[in-house]
Design a protein around this ligand. Structure first.
Ligand code: C2E
Ligand code: CA
Ligand code: CA
Length: 628
């Protein structure tokens, strides 16, 4: 902006009032144009000062801003005042005797000091005036539209003089324009904050973090320093929103943000990245610095309970960490690898941290792929149930079956549950999958009853993660819709689920048992439950795990375990079934020990519906609608 030259040209013309007005108009027009063009505020203020200096000879102009919180003034623009003088002016406290600018802020009126060496208003800056030979100083306060004082525009002269009317107007116009520039700058800053700040927590948002990370990577690539990217995700945050409401959820986020901030240095950045995800960027990591220290600090800070309206909430995080340049050189890769590590932390029990390892990516990618394929499978009806018969010593005519899920995969063919159940459990998909299985099995059971198949019970495997509040309702719903009587249904839960029993799990199981549904403890013998524990649980049956069955008779310790389980079941009034029976010897041993029932390849593998019907009723013609 070349304003000064234009003024010099104009100031060279006739010195009439008209010409002076013209000069001011020109100054105003020129500067306001620059404001409208959104030029850099610093550039505009510097140009404004220089324009004023061009109009008032033998002078320097300056803009000081007033920070009302700190009650102090700072030089904002003074292109022709030496840096060491600016240094001495910074921090000026407005008041009587605080020079023209300090006084102008104090009195809210223009201050024209003709002689800085004698005027009492220059009391505290007298030495400075003498040092730089500053003789006069005129200062005009800058007010906002709300009449708030935000600074001063001043012209200091190297000769003693008072401003004439024209110069007073110049000061007033310059102060006005400065006010506009500062106001605009403040609004832009507010807008910027609005776009870069998270509204709930007040910390930076994802947009800011992404910019900051790119910037930090640039810096680190030049300095050779390392960066740490921490992906912090709150465990089971959804439960807080669901049970305590969104307001409580917001409070938890605010508290979390503030606790993380307390763990970090001032040049680190923590941002809310999305729902319950935070990203922490740690810059300037030295070669030897252990990022685990930071992670542990955050884990311990967040593990302290949060009290909301007298309620105690505990929220734990899972943290994944990636490092620049070790784990990636772009922000996308670093964030994605930190995210991968975070998932790994969740998969290994939550409330811990994991550093990124390349092998993680493969495992996570596999998981993501199976998860999305499984979603599709549910939509496209690719899942089917096979049924494995169970035989009873006491009633050879009755056949109970265990429903075992299979996936008719369009490319892989028939896929077994080992491939997908665990992933379904980790991702929560098991809920949907489990509901499908329960409904399907109940429908099939009812169909068999209606077609005269001698069905005892139909047993369904239920994962530990499925047994939450409301689980009984889901099962009851399936019974009601299908019309299958409750005493034909059995629920298999693994022993390990029961060992980590919570009152909620027991309550749900009790509801089922009360309704007439039978409860079997699956994989029994592997979960270390004690007799006294078993006594307290709502269960009807023990299923001896096939690892024991496979080694009897012959292997003494397994013989003893098998015998003990059968005796234990007897004494508690529970029925005992052995699974994985493959040989006649195994069956003979079990029957001799008093086992009530067995299941395994010896009698039958799990079968598709039509095959099971053929096996149970060898001469019966299978109706088409019973085919799976
Ligand atoms: P599980 O509940 O212990 O089921 C028994 C598993 O042993 C079945 O494997 C069955 O095919 C197999 N098996 C049966 N008899 C024999 C035998 O004589 N010898 C041998 N070696 N194996 C035998 P499958 O169907 O692959 O199921 C594996 C596991 O997947 C199940 O173990 C169960 O934990 C889970 N699963 C299967 N279906 C479901 C389901 O519908 N829901 C849930 N949540 N889990 C299921
Ligand atoms: Ca089972
Ligand atoms: Ca089992």
């Amino acid at each position: 902006m070349d304003t000064s030259n234009s003024y010099q040209q104009i100031s060279g013309s006739a010195d009439s009032a008209f010409a002076e007005s013209n000069r001011l108009l020109y100054l105003e027009k020129n500067i306001l144009e620059a404001v409208a063009l959104n030029k850099d505020p610093q550039e505009i203020l510097d140009a404004l000062c220089q324009s004023a200096e061009a109009i008032v000879s033998n002078s320097v102009a300056s803009v000081m801003v007033y920070d009302s919180d700190a009650h102090a003034m700072h030089v904002r623009a003074a292109p022709d005042i030496p840096a060491d003088v600016i240094e001495q002016l910074n921090g000026l406290v407005p008041g009587e005797g605080a020079g023209s600018c300090g006084t102008a802020v104090h009195t809210r009126e223009p201050v024209y000091v003709e002689n800085t060496l004698t005027d009492p208003r220059w009391e505290s800056l007298r030495d400075l005036a003498r040092d730089i030979n500053l003789c006069a100083c005129w200062s005009h306060p800058i007010k906002t539209r709300d009449n708030e004082i935000v600074g001063t525009f001043a012209i200091s002269s190297f000769e003693h003089r008072q401003p004439n009317e024209f110069q007073q107007r110049l000061l007033s116009i310059a102060a006005n324009i400065t006010g506009i520039v500062l106001q605009r700058e403040k609004q832009e800053k507010e807008l910027w904050n609005l776009a870069h700040q998270d509204l709930v927590t007040g910390i930076p948002n994802r947009i800011f973090l992404n910019q900051r990370l790119d910037h930090a990577i640039d810096g680190a690539s030049r300095s050779g320093k390392r960066l740490g990217v921490f992906f912090i995700d709150l465990d089971k945050f959804k439960d807080i929103n669901d049970t305590h409401g969104h307001k409580a959820g917001d409070q938890v986020l605010i508290e979390t943000a503030s606790r993380i901030q307390d763990c970090i240095r001032s040049d680190d950045t923590v941002a809310r990245y999305g729902g319950d995800e935070f990203v922490l960027l740690v810059e300037n990591l030295s070669e030897s610095y252990d990022v685990g220290q930071i992670a542990n600090k955050i884990l311990s800070a967040l593990s302290k309970p949060i009290y909301l309206d007298g309620q105690k909430l505990t929220v734990t995080p899972s943290i994944g960490i990636s490092l620049y340049p070790d784990d990636g050189e772009s922000s996308e890769v670093l964030l994605s690898h930190a995210d991968t590590a975070m998932y790994q932390a969740k998969a290994t029990g939550r409330n811990n941290y994991k550093c990124y390892e390349p092998a993680l990516t493969e495992a996570i990618q596999h998981r993501h792929q199976v998860e999305s394929e499984l979603r599709r499978a549910l939509r496209n009806d690719e899942l089917i149930l096979h049924y494995q018969p169970q035989c009873f010593r006491m009633n050879e005519n009755l056949v109970s079956v265990e429903a075992l899920v299979r996936w008719q995969h369009p490319e892989k063919g028939l896929v077994y549950p080992d491939y997908f159940i665990e992933i379904a459990e980790q991702t929560g998909l098991i809920k949907e999958l489990g509901e499908w299985i329960i409904h399907k099995a109940c429908q099939q059971g009812k169909l068999w009853l209606d077609t005269g198949l001698p069905l005892g019970k139909i047993a369904i495997n239920v994962s530990a993660v499925q047994i939450t509040k409301g689980c009984y309702n889901v099962i009851n719903d399936a019974l009601r819709k299908s019309g299958l009587p409750a005493h034909h249904l059995e629920i298999e839960i693994t022993e390990s689920t029961m060992v980590q029993q919570s009152s909620e799990v027991i309550e749900e199981l009790q509801l089922m048992q009360n309704a007439g549904i039978s409860i079997a403890l699956d994989d029994f013998g592997t979960g270390y439950s004690s007799l006294s524990q078993l006594q307290l649980l709502p269960i009807n049956k023990l299923k001896i795990d096939r690892t024991f069955v496979s080694q009897v008779p012959g292997q003494l310790s397994n013989e003893i375990i098998t015998r003990t389980i059968i005796a234990m079941g007897r004494s508690l009034g529970l029925s005992v079934l052995a699974e994985g029976v493959e040989t006649q010897e195994q069956m003979d041993f079990l029957l001799q020990e008093g086992c009530d029932a067995y299941q395994g390849y010896l009698y039958s593998r799990p079968l598709a519906v039509s095959d099971l019907e053929k096996k149970v009723h060898p001469n019966r013609r299978v109706k088409p609608e019973t085919l799976n």
